[in-house]
Design a protein around this ligand. Structure first.
Ligand SMILES: *Cc1c(COP(=O)(O)O)cnc(C)c1O
Length: 221
């Protein structure tokens, strides 16, 4: 099967309310163009430099999502075109995104990355830190960002119960935030980005609205 065929097949097997982010990191421009032939327009990258090179080389109607850790000093390179930043993990980063979005006369959609895995190698906010961020009085003055939901990565394990419970905890926290925080112009919680090649089926069962799938579409990296 070609990558375009795999995308079409995957999309036909997920519910219509679940968005597929095709994770193209490390994969060449030609392969992304092939994927694009399936009429798929949403791609995810985890490194700023690679993202910029691909943005410049590829059709401008592609919606680019940043899924990897973002350093504050690199926000300026993507602020003019990025569609969704999945990996907001500090207040400082959010301040910077707001500043650069303003310069570009844009509102940038963001997800708060929540730490749900047992492993301590993953980036993200604890639940307490996420609540503190949303309660920060400066947050209400940030008119050029829009927090549209949460992102989480489950532990890299074959143990389905662990993965399931981590996704459950993210969904639970999402519901809690929706209850606790009113919708604001810059806070509209509607998306839960969870699920990758190995665990997207479990993630969808647990309430994911956005899956980030790389290797099972594009091949191993
Ligand atoms: C690489 C990556 C993915 C995709 O992983 P696959 O196992 O290739 O599907 C999803 N999310 C993040 C944050 C990633 O870095």
């Amino acid at each position: 099967m070609t990558v375009a065929q795999r995308i079409v097949e995957l999309k036909s097997n997920i519910p219509p309310n679940v968005t597929l982010v095709a994770v193209s990191k490390t994969k060449p421009i030609e392969l992304i163009l092939e994927a694009y032939q399936s009429n798929h327009k949403i791609f995810g990258e985890n490194k700023v430099q690679e993202l910029i090179a691909k943005y410049e080389a590829l059709p401008k109607d592609i919606e680019w999502h940043l899924i990897g850790h973002l350093q504050s000093n690199k926000v300026k390179f993507i602020a003019s075109f990025i569609t969704l930043i999945h990996s907001v993990d500090s207040f400082k980063l959010l301040v910077e995104i707001n500043k650069e979005a303003k310069k570009n006369n844009r509102i940038i959609n963001c997800l708060l990355q929540i730490y749900i895995a047992k492993e301590d190698t993953k980036f993200g906010l604890s639940e307490t830190e996420a609540i503190e961020l949303l309660k920060n009085s400066e947050f209400t003055t940030m008119h050029n960002i829009n927090i549209v939901g949460l992102m989480g990565m489950a532990s890299n394990t074959d143990n389905i119960d662990i993965v399931k419970n981590e996704f459950k905890s993210l969904k639970l926290f999402f519901e809690k935030l929706k209850k606790e925080f009113q919708i604001k112009s810059n806070l509209n919680l509607s998306q839960i980005s969870m699920g990758m090649s190995s665990d997207y089926k479990i993630a969808i069962e647990e309430g994911s609205t956005m899956i980030r799938v790389g290797s099972s579409l594009f091949g191993e990296r």
